[in-house]
Design a protein around this ligand. Sequence first.
Ligand SMILES: [Ca+2]
Length: 455
Amino acid sequence: MKSFRFLLLSLLMTLSLSGFAQQRFSDKDLVNILWAMGQMYPQGFTIDINTLQQPTEGLAVSYLATQNSFDKKDLPKVIKHAREHNGFVGGWYNPENGKYYFDSTRLFPEDSLVAAVEFARDNEQNTLYDISKGIEIWSNYEQKDIRIILDCDMGSSTDDLFALMMLHRYMDMKRCNLIGVIVDRMGKANADIVDVLDNFYGHPDIPIGLETAGQEVTHVWIPYHNLAYARTPDGVPMFQRSVGDEGTYMEGYKLYRKLLAEQPDHSVTIASIGLVTTLARLLMSGPDEFSPLNGKDLVRAKVKDIYAMGGVFGDAVEPDYNFKQAINFSLTFFELLPKEVDVVFSPGEVGDPLDYRPELVISDMDWTDVHPIKWTYQFLNCNTGQKMWDPQAIINAVEGDAFYQLSERGWVTLTPNGETIFTPDPKGNCRYQRPGDPVWCDMVLKYIRLMAIQH
Ligand SMILES: [Ca+2]
């Protein structure tokens, strides 16, 4: 390793001493430099071939054209492509097959995630790299057609806000299609918050359903339920809405039925990050104008899987909240859910280490003064132990099961005390997320933060 470092340093010194720094380097020089870089930075590097500077920020995406360029022999091809395009080359060493991979690379600003992911998908790259954050981002170009219904308890904890924010960002990246949002926390104001976010993030027409006969949960962790009615000092509504103050929302389980009936069989993913009251009512429902099937059969026919924030399977700091709050509905949900539908639980301990500090939320959103999440964090005390629990169900639903360390398969039963009991069985429909290590947690939090700076 030392010899390569020496080679690189002496090359750079020679070139800069002879006044080459302002000029383009010859192909031969670059082959030697990039090869030495590969040895020095086996975990990966990106370099500007005109200045030999390594950028300190940006989203680096490889071009398809230089895919499968291995080792020194392929470097001239990579250099030629980089010269004709963006002038960046990236490389890394794969210890599994002993090969060095080099690519002509395009660099996007870090607030251009959508364009970067689109480019990655067009170039058949499964990942891109955020240089300043030091994290890989998945583009999963082969994964298509994820249809999600979000079921949330907006209006109390703020992780629901981030979960919905992420779904909008994923939509922008064409990673999923959010076909509807159910609000299972009763009260129109809570659905109005969804309406605000849908408008703010540029998808104002997403259908919203509201639970009206679920369970009244009076405790509010962070009182942002009046967010939709915020006014500027001049009295003008601060946030745009599709459903006005006088508007109404469809009954939650009816919207479920409508949306499911419209979708192909086994195509819908439900991300449940609140209570399961509306899901229980859906499962109890009978045939109606939307479908001749009863709720159980409709779910069996249309739902592919459910990612549910809730349950306790390990050393959670706190007991489960989502299932316990409306225990009778939860018991019905567990009893009636068809066993063919896969469920992945995201217990509290997975999100516990993911602490998106209020001051970071506000600074990450400094690109605008009018922002519903920033408003919440500016005007309310969000330093309440709020963690990024709900986004875990969303990330898993979109990024896929390989992104998490999931348990083996088994069955989960719910006790009247709200305890989730897991019984291993290879035929079982349930798995649960296991907590990630500190490196993984750091990456996920950085990813959520990257979504927050997009505009
Ligand atoms: Ca929630």
